[in-house]
Design a protein around this ligand. Structure first.
Ligand code: KIV
Length: 263
């Protein structure tokens, strides 16, 4: 079983950490069968499962529902659940009780939240309830409105310094790992060198202690183009359309079901 301490120890030993998003039983089962180190029930759920434009409409109830489905089939991987927008922004007490729902009702081992120094009070309150927290800095999708789009962060010296300081503040507060999203490789290297916990990159280059991808991006499960940093290892959307079309043709031709294709 991958526990939070085992995950954190991989900062200094072992191969890079492998984290994949999962949203339901079949995605979790495939990721487990492939031997990933951690499953992240990301609020990217909003985009890839619920058909939303961004993550801002995802609720704690949505996250609990999907985390529970993943936890029912989880075998070995660490299970991390995202805290959605507005579930940890108002008061530390509210942050802690929303995090507790993801643990108690969802079955997660840890929670992830976005932000840096501005979220330290929330991080501390959650940790105070014995719930491990993962940080997330750089391109934080819950800030899409404030950022004016999904834009790479940390290109200016000032922004890069801010990201390093945010990662330090989160580490000092006690997070067990930090996601670095959408930042230049040199900034990701600076953060990785500056903190004692593993950094997990997405669109942040090779200098991190591990990598995370969205399940649907890796497998080509969504229609349309993937972001530039994604390497698609399969084209499952096209494969699904082909298979469904084939079945529909067989039904229309009267060749499905065959004589033995019955209960
Ligand atoms: O929601 C998500 O899938 C994430 C990853 C992109 C890190 O936060």
């Amino acid at each position: 079983m991958v526990t939070v301490p085992k995950f954190t120890q991989r900062k200094s030993a072992g191969p890079p950490l492998v984290v994949l998003t999962a949203y339901d039983a079949p995605t979790a089962q495939a990721a487990e069968a492939a031997g990933v180190d951690a499953l992240l029930v990301g609020d990217s759920l909003g985009n890839v499962i619920l058909g939303e434009r961004d993550t801002m409409r995802v609720t704690v109830d949505d996250m609990v529902h999907h985390t529970r489905a993943v936890s029912r089939v989880r075998e070995r991987a660490l299970l991390i659940a995202d805290m959605p927008w507005m579930s940890y922004h108002l008061t530390p007490a509210e942050a802690a009780s929303n995090a507790a729902r993801l643990i108690r009702e969802g079955g997660a081992d840890a929670v992830k939240l976005e932000g840096g120094e501005n979220r330290v009070d929330a991080v501390r309150a959650i940790l105070d309830c014995e719930i491990p927290v993962m940080g997330h800095v750089g391109l934080t999708p819950q800030s899409v409105l404030a950022m004016g789009g999904f834009k790479v962060q940390g290109r200016s010296e000032e922004q890069a310094d801010r990201i390093v300081e945010d990662a330090r503040a989160l580490t000092d507060a006690g997070v067990f790992s930090i996601v670095l999203e959408g930042i230049p490789v040199e900034v990701a290297r600076r953060v990785t060198d500056a903190v004692s916990v593993p950094t997990i990159g997405i669109g942040a280059g090779h200098a991190c202690d591990g990598q995370v991808l969205v399940y649907h991006d890796l497998l080509g499960l969504s229609p349309g183009k993937s972001p530039k940093f994604v390497r698609r290892y399969a084209q499952l959307f096209e494969a699904s359309v082909d298979a469904i079309r084939h079945w529909a043709t067989d039904v229309r031709d009267g060749t499905f079901p065959g004589p033995d294709e019955t209960y």
